[in-house]
Write a protein that binds this ligand. Structure first.
Ligand code: NDP
Length: 245
């Protein structure tokens, strides 16, 4: 078991919206010091202000997770402001909806740079610190880490890649006896603006299949894993329901 949340510093990428935002708010309410990363500077500043108004402690760094140096600067922000971090959450991600034949290589590469390489950069920046001090690495995969979703093939591929990377990294750290837990979170359909942020090649609005869960359900699972090591946690999706943390 790791430290209780009120003694933790938690870094969260993708904290400006959806699941990352829900996690940042919940973590701050639970007494954790929160370090938020995303591209939208205005959104992050407003969220930090909200958290501080409620008596929480937070800071942020504007970063594109596709750039290793940005992610390293996010870690430096945590170290400068709070002296380090105990949990690192790689949440930032985007989707593409449409037929595979129509999706541009440029969009596919942007998706992989964000979802897969963003997770790689975050993990490789966080792990040396976590190995020295102990803590949790939490990667947000998807039900699409296990099965492919039609009209989201590239997204599914990126989430499968995240699973392979996360499982491989965990195996390495276990082999070394490192004091780091590595968790893959696998949400089903979650009610966030993700479909609106996605590149959409379809002639209709993208919709996630029901049942659709609240982002707080995922936030709860992430914060559970920040304290209690788990290899993977499903939240909703395909009958593999694991909620109620
Ligand atoms: P949102 O679109 O609401 O949030 C995505 C977050 O990622 C935003 O904060 C966005 O911030 C950030 N982001 C996107 N690109 C970058 C980038 N290049 N660098 C830094 N931050 C970036 O979606 P969700 O909350 O739904 O998604 C969060 C995670 O959950 C994703 O990994 C997604 O794949 C996963 N997931 C979501 C499901 C769902 O049904 N919603 C189901 C399963 C998994 P900004 O634009 O400011 O950079």
């Amino acid at each position: 078991t790791h430290k209780p949340l009120d003694q933790q510093v938690i870094v969260i990428t993708g904290a400006s919206s959806g699941i990352g935002l829900a996690t940042a708010r919940m973590a701050a309410r639970e007494g954790a010091r929160v370090v938020m990363g995303a591209r939208n500077a205005e959104a992050l500043a407003a969220i930090q202000e909200d958290i501080e108004r409620e008596g929480g402690q937070a800071t942020h760094a504007v970063c594109d997770v596709g750039r290793r140096e940005d992610v390293r600067a996010l870690a430096d922000t945590a170290i400068e402001r709070f002296g380090g971090f105990d949990t690192w959450v790689n949440d930032a991600g985007i989707s593409i909806f449409g037929r595979l034949e129509e999706v541009s290589d440029e969009d596919s590469e942007r998706l992989f740079r964000t979802n897969f390489w963003g997770t790689v950069h975050g993990s490789l920046v966080a792990v040396p610190h976590l190995k020295r001090h102990g803590g949790a690495l939490i990667n947000v995969g998807s039900i699409a880490s296990d099965m492919a979703i039609p009209l989201q093939a590239m997204y599914s591929a990126s989430k499968h890649a995240i699973r392979g990377f996360t499982d491989g990294l965990r195996a390495e750290l276990e082999m070394e006896g490192a004091p780091v837990s590595v968790t893959l979170i696998k949400p089903g359909s979650i009610d966030t603006p993700l479909p609106h942020h996605a590149r959409n090649y379809m002639d209709r609005e993208p919709q996630l299949p029901p049942p659709v869960y609240h982002p707080d359900e995922v936030a709860r699972a992430i914060l559970h894993a920040a304290v209690h090591p788990h290899r993977e946690i499903y939240v909703g999706g395909g009958g593999r329901v694991l909620t109620g943390f």
